[in-house]
Design a binder for this molecule. Structure first.
Ligand code: FAD
Length: 431
């Protein structure tokens, strides 16, 4: 009997899971539940904010003019070259979605994807030493239909991490006389024509939205606490410290300065959210740290419950492939797992290394950045994967580092650059 796997979500992670699970039909049988009416997750652009046409919270935080912040080769699944966008390196979001659809057709993934099906609950059923999973799903189109309860041997959680906004606690925010918007709801720069915008947070979204906005708005105040944001920034942007409080139309910063603003744009990130996991799953989300996870993927008690794509600051599509193959190796016995105690100790050690050596704050528990390259290789090594399918080419790290430099040099224009890759994928040059 194949191992029955429920995959929650049909975005980049869920599709990747489906591809590798379907490649071993004698061993695995996969069903992907996707609540939307199409695959793609984050990359499905919508004009809607708030609720979608089925009354569900809008999932995607995509904005209309977004181009990728990584060259497309870093957004490529192992095994399927990305050709979308022609010579362009930093491609449009529509082209990423096109590529994901091509991936799904290439590996015949639609056969195992159930669209418009929302996972409502996931509950472990413990029988002697074996855990199986009760997965309850509901039709999105027909909310009056009876929920369907299915049993699986394993669950891969691939529901994304950029759908539930995190709001900061700013004294006086409710008195702000202008417009308050979270980046999750940002769609077009035209909506802010001629206005003064205070943008709070200089992470990927904050920086990218500044660039998208700057030719439309009068002035941008980028409020943040990053020590060395010395990139070449738009002329009408001024960097200011964190926001201390709001007093009607004025935004007051921690150094005592204040400005009159029309808009407060919160680029303050997102929360992990697993509303379908019942308490019996024993998953704890503590301010952006999910526990207990071995190698950021496997639940250390219920190892047939895995989380694909909770790490961040990554070259995503290759990393997802490594995580999927690691989770599969735990399921089919290709990898013998350490004891639960050892896995918990490993997870704690990883956390303490970030905290004590890298001086990362608590909420960086799943941040990868320069750690990702060794991490990818480690997952494949532990999973006894012989053919890495091109997931760990040295070129990826080089491109990633080069992109960071390009961004720092010229945040406004770096996406116009073309990074040309040699035919044998060993070298590259920036044009
Ligand atoms: P998602 O794409 O969020 O997919 C999750 C899926 O799960 C969704 O389809 C959702 O509908 C479904 N789902 C959720 N809950 C349920 C449920 N209960 N039942 C059924 N289905 C469910 N990465 C880059 O590498 N380069 C970029 O340039 C880049 N730009 C980005 C820009 C923005 C604005 C954002 C928000 C993210 C960006 N990212 C970028 C990160 C991007 O999210 C990842 O590249 C990747 O798409 C994440 O895929 P995922 O499958 O983990 O999550």
């Amino acid at each position: 009997m194949p191992i029955r796997v429920a995959v929650i979500g049909g975005g980049a992670a869920g599709l990747c899971a489906a591809r590798y699970l379907r490649a071993k039909p004698d061993v695995f049988q996969a069903v992907v539940y996707e609540q939307a009416d199409q695959i793609g997750g984050t990359w499905v652009y919508t004009e809607n904010v708030g609720k979608d046409k089925y009354g569900l919270p809008v999932h995607s935080s995509m904005y209309q003019r977004l181009r990728t912040n990584l060259p497309k080769e870093l957004m490529m699944y192992p095994g399927l070259p990305i050709t979308e966008g022609g010579r362009t390196s930093f491609i449009k979001h529509t082209e990423v979605l096109q590529y994901m659809n091509r991936y799904a057709w290439t590996y015949d993934l639609h056969k195992c994807i159930q669209l418009l099906t929302r996972v409502q609950s996931v509950k472990p059923i413990v029988n002697c030493n074996k855990t199986s999973w009760e997965v309850t799903v509901k039709s999105v189109k027909d909310p009056d239909a009876t929920p369907q309860v299915n049993e699986f041997d394993a669950v891969m959680v691939c529901n994304g991490q950029y759908a539930v906004p995190s709001y900061p606690n700013i004294p006086g925010l409710e008195t702000f006389s202008g417009k308050v918007i979270h980046s999750h709801e940002y769609r077009h720069p035209e909506d802010f024509k001629g206005q003064t915008v205070v943008l709070f947070g200089a992470g990927f979204s904050g920086r990218d939205i500044c660039v998208d906005l700057h030719t439309f708005v009068d002035k941008i105040y980028l409020s943040h606490h990053i020590p060395n944001l010395d990139a070449l920034l738009p002329d009408n942007l001024r960097q200011v410290p964190d926001i201390k409080s709001i007093d009607k139309g004025r935004v007051v910063f921690t150094d005592g300065q204040s400005v009159e603003a029309d808009v407060l744009m919160l680029c303050t990130g997102y929360l992990y959210d697993f509303p379908f996991l019942t308490p019996e799953c024993e998953v704890v989300v503590d301010r952006k740290r999910i526990s207990p996870l071995y190698k950021h993927v496997l639940h250390t008690k219920h190892t047939s419950l895995s989380f694909i794509g909770v790490v961040w600051t990554i070259s995503p599509f290759q990393l997802l492939a490594c995580q999927v193959r690691f989770a599969m190796a735990a399921l089919d016995g290709t990898m013998v797992l350490p004891s639960r105690t050892d896995m918990d100790a490993d997870a704690q050690c990883d956390y303490e290394y970030r905290r004590d050596e890298l001086k990362y704050p608590h909420h960086y528990a799943h941040k990868m950045d320069h750690l990702q390259w060794e991490y990818d290789k480690e997952l494949l090594r532990l999973a006894n994967v012989v053919d890495d399918d091109g997931a760990t080419l040295p070129l990826f790290k080089e491109l990633y580092d080069a992109t960071n430099c390009l961004q720092t040099e010229d945040l406004v224009n770096y996406k116009k650059r073309i990074i040309e890759i040699s035919d044998d994928w060993t070298s590259w040059q920036v044009l």
